[in-house]
Design a protein around this ligand. Structure first.
Ligand code: 26W
Length: 806
């Protein structure tokens, strides 16, 4: 590789010999050990460095090409990233899988043993965090200049264990052994202020923070597939200012006091908040959000200044996506930088800010829409509160002029909720301070613009767009299921589908080919055998997602109990089934944890009962995460997407399962609707109330007990729980269903159980089932995150690729 001033850098070879040589020199010189005494961890770290070097070479080329072309950048600000295990991905994207396996075997190591040491950075809760990772993967694959910004939590999403069937949370010290994939970049350290007061000096506001911490970045490489581009995700870690260690106190033996400021500072990026639907409202969470925003914006401005000097170019060179409301403080922060530090006038700064930012909303749950107490925000960020008030004044002036006299609308749209407590509405700020706001599925965007954000849509209809989610086919088909991938490539005669998923449609023609159908069945069967959580011949019925009552794991459980009671009643004619649950509940979400406890109690009863052997089995592997998802998804026959209609913004697990040939049983909710529209109503098991009907029932006089009394099987299932049939567990679950049933579980029970009978019927005709399975995969190309990114580029980001010479 030709470097600046004619220096030549030897390219790294990829032949097995060259790879092994590099690995050995890394083992001896960078790891400081020998083949004889190397541990599996040594081998893993060394392999990681050897693979990383090849991607770093492409990264250098990418950085040079992107710098050279001074492009329009896409910056993705997210409090969460679920990047998944890195080794297999980087082996695939660097084309070194084979060379690596040979090198490991040559050094006496088993590749699968080493891969097992590849701990995933669990820096996210669920859908939002994984979507961020899929979008970064597609941005690089499409050669778009982009950087992801996030927080490098020391402790990621907790490790889930079960004790007597109850969820127990253990800290996830994911980088305990260090992380071979990250590049610390202390040179780019940033300073972040908190608290303090605001002064006025020669007509300019000056914020005097009362507390200062350092933000130290490290980045992971984000390689594109089938291209040279390698982008980065930059993660910030809070470090104490050197000055914060109090030597005097230390030498006086006050050890704890001596380090308290340092601990206080580093606590900011200590742990990921494990809630994925309820705003905790904790001050430390607000500090985390501002820490992310302040470090990232300073870094973005630093990068902008490398090639530009005129602020008016900032909006045209920079598209910043706010991943939900968590990074929305970026809006007042950029206003502060432009007005207070750069001296731009308010209106000029405001037009640049609005031009730069866009906002993606990922939820419909009112309790998930973040609000922050005015006094807390004012204490932590006094200047930002002033700026939010000024933004609000501009907004309300526009609302009053457009809707004169409509004070209710003014009160609803204000960035400040006045009663009962004064709160800052982050979603209102997000829509007001951005160019575009998008939902993540057609129904979601439609509901957003007709309910929660209706007032803003009335005022600014052109500021709203839909971008339906997508998933990375590289991670969730190629890496998760080499079996299905090889069959798809052999069926299509190429593997170009990996970067153009619409080509999957070529599989439709193969549904008539009996041997292809047999191979398809065999791949699914061996994935089930590899998973080892049930009879490979049984229908694998999978529900994998975070636990939340709106997702209705409780409905799936009522079905399991009904099947079990039918078995106990004799004459059972259902098909053999393994029902697999996977997912975590937020530690403070007791109702969800009660459902987990009951599932494990029912599983214990069913799995121990010889009457159910070979007919019904319940599996619930602990600690569902990306690594486990990659093992479960290829083995799934039936995908459970049974949320109350109008509650699941999109879902992305539904897409991953469909692409792997699982048939969906689901409601008309989120992206289920678009999946059904594309795979065909005949290849989808629909049930339940749709969103308008659910909303009507929910807001009307809904009596869950009516269904209890009217439906014998439903009553039998609930009575079994209430009678303590499952180890005395579940009274609370049954009570909440009979008393409130917030998410209409009982109302949809019969329709669901009958739809499941349709599943049994379809499964009995394996050829028919296999045909439907192939058609689901063939018609799901739309759900690639490459298509999602292309939609973001067309509707919101308007950035163009920078080709990097290979
Ligand atoms: C403030 C606490 C909190 C934390 C995270 C509230 C809400 C969240 C996320 C928005 C929750 C989330 O992950 N939402 C999911 O986002 C996915 C990606 O768009 C969607 O597919 C899911 O439907 C949505 O539930």
């Amino acid at each position: 590789m030709d470097l600046r001033n004619g220096v030549e850098l030897r390219s790294l070879g990829n032949t097995p010999d060259e790879f092994r040589q590099d690995m050995l020199s890394n083992l001896y010189y960078r790891r400081g050990t020998t083949v004889e005494s190397a541990s599996a961890q040594d081998a893993y770290e060394t392999l990681a460095l050897t693979v990383r070097d090849r991607l770093a070479e492409r990264r250098a080329r990418t950085a040079a090409a992107q710098y050279e072309s001074n492009p329009r950048w896409v910056y993705y600000l997210s409090a969460e990233y679920l990047l998944g295990p890195q080794l297999e991905q980087n082996l695939l994207y660097s084309g070194t899988s084979e060379a690596a396996h040979k090198a490991l075997e040559a050094c006496g190591f088993k590749p699968e043993e080493i891969a097992a040491l590849d701990v995933e950075p669990g820096l996210g809760n669920g859908g939002l965090g994984r979507l961020a990772a899929c979008l970064l993967d597609s941005l690089a694959t499409l050669d778009i200049p982009a950087v992801g910004y996030g927080i490098r939590y020391d402790l990621g999403i907790f490790r889930q264990e079960f004790q007597d069937g109850r969820q127990i949370e253990r800290p996830d010290d994911w980088a305990f052994q260090g992380d071979p994939w990250e590049f610390p970049a202390p040179d780019d350290v940033q300073t972040v202020g908190f608290y303090g007061h605001v002064d006025e000096r020669d007509g300019r506001k000056v914020w005097q923070p009362g507390e200062v911490v350092l933000g130290e970045p490290s980045h992971l490489l984000v390689p594109g597939y089938g291209t040279t581009t390698v982008n980065i995700v930059r993660l910030w870690r809070a470090r104490a200012h050197q000055a914060s260690f109090d030597l005097t106190r230390f030498s006086a033996g006050q050890y704890a006091e001596a380090v308290q400021d340092a601990v206080r500072a580093e606590n900011i990026s200590k742990v990921l908040y494990p809630d994925d639907s309820t705003a905790a409202g904790r001050e430390l969470r607000l500090k985390q959000q501002y820490f992310l925003v302040s470090c990232s914006l300073r870094d973005i401005v630093r990068r902008f200044r490398l090639r530009n000097s005129d602020w008016d170019a900032f909006g045209s060179k920079t598209a910043i996506q706010l991943n939900d409301t968590h990074p929305v403080l970026a809006i007042p922060e950029l206003m502060r930088l432009l007005v207070d530090e750069e001296g731009l006038d308010w209106d000029h700064a405001w037009s640049l800010v609005r031009q730069t930012f866009n906002y993606t909303c990922h939820t419909l749950l009112p309790e998930a829409l973040e609000t922050w107490p005015v006094d807390m925000l004012g204490r932590l960020l006094p200047r930002h509160l002033e700026i939010i008030y000024l933004i609000n004044a501009g907004l309300l002036e526009e609302v009053r002029s457009r809707f004169p006299g409509d004070i209710d609308r003014v009160r609803r749209m204000s960035l400040i909720q006045e009663t009962p407590e004064r709160l800052v509405r982050m979603a209102n700020l997000a829509v007001t301070g951005t160019t575009m706001t998008n939902g993540v599925a057609e129904l979601h965007t439609q509901l957003l613009t007709s309910t929660v954000l209706r007032d803003f849509h009335d005022l600014w209809p052109s500021r709203f767009a839909n971008v339906t989610n997508g998933v990375s086919p590289r991670r969730f088909v190629r890496l998760a299921s080499p079996g299905i991938s090889a069959l798809i490539s052999s069926g299509l005669g190429h593997d170009r589908w990996l970067t153009d998923l619409s080509l999957l449609s070529g599989l439709e023609a193969l549904t008539g080919d009996a041997s292809f159908r047999e191979q398809w069945r065999e791949v699914k069967r061996s994935a089930k055998a590899a998973l080892g959580l049930g009879d490979p011949g049984a229908l694998m019925d999978v529900m994998i997602k975070r636990f939340h009552e709106y997702k209705r794991q409780q409905l799936k459980l009522l079905h399991v109990i009904t099947l079990y009671q039918r078995i106990k009643a004799g004459g059972y004619d259902g098909v053999p089934r393994t029902v697999l649950f996977g997912g975590k509940a937020a530690p403070a979400y007791q109702a969800a944890k009660n459902i987990i406890h009951l599932i494990n109690a029912v599983a214990a009863a069913v799995n121990a009962d010889p009457a159910a052997a070979g007919l019904l089995r319940v599996a619930f592997p602990a600690n569902y995460n990306i690594t486990l998802a990659e093992h479960i998804i290829p083995a799934a026959d039936l995908s459970e997407q049974i949320s109350m209609a109008g509650k699941e913004a999109s879902g992305t697990g539904n897409m991953k399962l469909t692409l792997n040939g699982a048939l969906t049983i689901g409601t008309l909710d989120g992206a289920n609707i678009e999946i059904r529209d594309r795979v065909g109503a005949d290849n989808f098991f629909l049930f339940g109330l749709d969103a308008p009907a659910a909303l009507a029932l929910r807001s009307g006089p809904y009596q869950p007990r009516d269904h209890y009394h009217a439906d014998d099987e439903l009553r039998a299932a609930l009575d079994a729980i209430r009678s303590g049939a499952f180890g005395g567990v579940g009274h609370d679950v049954a009570a909440s269903l009979l008393d409130r049933d917030e998410y209409l579980t009982l109302a949809d029970y019969r329709s669901y159980v009958d739809a499941q009978a349709g599943v049994d019927a379809a499964w009995r005709d394996q050829d028919h089932w296999t045909t439907m399975s192939i058609l689901n995969t063939a018609r799901a190309g739309f759900f690639s995150s490459d298509r999602t990114v292309t939609d973001y580029l067309d509707r919101i980001w308007h950035a163009t690729p920078v080709r990097v010479e290979g």
